[in-house]
Write a protein that binds this ligand. Structure first.
Ligand SMILES: [Mg+2]
Length: 129
């Protein structure tokens, strides 16, 4: 990660040094606050959970990329569906798989939250969307 041989001019070297100095500063701050030793402070099961939540995000990012390329793009794996449909399916599969792994009642929560949402006023919260 260090010592790349590249033809940097003086401006590039200044940019590189500024960014790398900021990197060192941000590392020191985060490290001094205890955020960088999660292997020691965070239980393994929670790191596993966090990894799977990140993978849920990645499936949504894949759906977004598919939409950016071609909203109607067909899935190569399940050609009777679009790639966006496939990626949404991946999200749901990952969520429900992890829900079972951690014994979470997502089915009950979906029903309860749907009922709650039904009772909310129109455009509750007053946000633009
Ligand atoms: Mg996927």
């Amino acid at each position: 990660m260090n010592g790349h041989e590249t033809n940097f001019d003086g401006r590039d070297i200044s940019t590189r040094n500024a960014i790398n100095n900021a990197s060192a500063q941000f590392f020191e701050i985060a490290n001094s606050k205890g955020f960088l030793n999660v292997e020691e402070t965070c239980p393994r099961w929670l790191l596993f959970f966090a990894t799977h939540v990140a993978l849920m995000h990645s499936e949504l990012s894949e759906a977004l990329e598919a939409a950016r390329e071609d909203f109607e793009q067909k899935s190569e794996k399940i050609p009777e569906f679009t790639l966006i449909e496939e990626e949404f399916a991946d999200v749901i599969i990952r969520v429900l798989m992890i829900a079972k792994r951690y014994n979470l009642d997502v089915g009950g929560a979906v029903v309860a939250k749907s009922h709650y949402n039904e009772g909310r006023p129109e455009r509750h919260g007053g946000k633009a969307f």
